[in-house]
Design a protein around this ligand. Structure first.
Ligand code: ADP
Ligand code: MG
Length: 261
């Protein structure tokens, strides 16, 4: 039977519109509008849709970074609340990787220090260094990279380090928000290949966001298509690509870089 890892249950989040902020009135719009979705173990989920459709807001809610106006996040069928018993396990098991690796790397810390700060939460002092080396190897880097500062790494290497940081506590779920969009095209495939390897070898289930359907279809078993804050279609990746039901999904299929990946 499939294990339900993470669910959005009727999540809604409003923001002030530009006009609302300007007039200091209460004009709001739903950035995420009544979204329900479930992530199952071993079935990575892609979230696709045009810029501004609410992808980042939705996954930041799933990761516990922002709170929804209504609806709830469920971790293994239990609603996540700050004081609930399931909260520490949820925080450990749901990690995020951002579009720009600089967002998750402190320029003043070497890779080793950054990883040690995390690893010490889970491993003994003796184990920490070996774990850091292991993370370098898993992410396609080497022991010598541990001594580097972010400024001494390429964009692709920095994204590998942010993935290593996300992996440090051995999470079940990694939410990657446009993780290759800021990288050179030649490096994008390498990072996608790394995520595919982590699926197979580390048993990580991904939520991968991209504006490009081809990218999510390549990695994920399921795809949710968003438009104007709503999930308009949610199905197996092959069905979304080969048999899209909604006209907006068809537009995204036509715009996708299929064949290049
Ligand atoms: N903190 C915020 N305050 C006000 N509006 C926001 C904020 N964050 C995002 N938005 C708006 O919400 C909508 C959805 O944004 P976002 O979730 O970032 O979409 P996506 O990731 O799909 O590009 C956009 O119109 C965006 O401008
Ligand atoms: Mg976004």
């Amino acid at each position: 039977m499939s294990i339900q890892l993470l669910s959005a249950d009727r999540i809604t989040k409003h923001y002030n519109t530009y006009e609302g902020a300007f007039k200091k009135s209460a004009l709001t719009f739903a950035a995420v509008d009544d979204v329900s979705l479930t992530l199952f173990k071993g079935e990575s989920m892609g979230i696709a849709g045009q810029s501004g459709c609410g992808k980042t807001t939705l996954v930041k809610i799933l990761a516990g970074i922002i709170t929804p106006d209504s609806g709830s996040v469920l971790y293994k069928n239990t609603p996540v609340r700050k004081r609930s018993a399931v909260y520490p396990e949820y925080r450990l098991n749901v990690q995020m990787v951002f579009q720009n690796p600089d967002q998750s790397l402190n320029p003043r810390l070497t890779v080793e220090s950054a990883l040690k700060d995390l690893l010490i939460k889970r491993f003994s002092r003796k184990e920490v260094y070996n774990e850091a080396v292991r993370l370098m190897e898993i992410t396609g880097l080497s022991e010598e990279h541990l001594l580097r500062y972010p400024s001494e790494l390429s964009g692709g290497q920095k994204q590998r380090v942010s993935i290593a940081k996300a992996l440090a506590l051995r999470p079940e779920i990694i939410i990657a928000d446009e993780p290759v969009s800021s990288l050179d095209v030649s490096v994008q495939a390498q990072i996608l290949n790394l995520m595919s390897k982590l699926k197979k070898e580390q048993g990580v289930t991904f939520i991968l966001i991209s504006h490009d359907l081809a990218v999510v279809a390549w990695l994920c078993e399921k795809i949710a298509v968003m438009q104007n804050g709503a999930v308009i279609e949610y199905a197996d990746a092959t069905d979304i690509i080969n048999n899209p039901k909604r006209s907006h999904t068809k537009e995204l299929v036509d715009a996708a870089s299929l064949g290049h990946k």
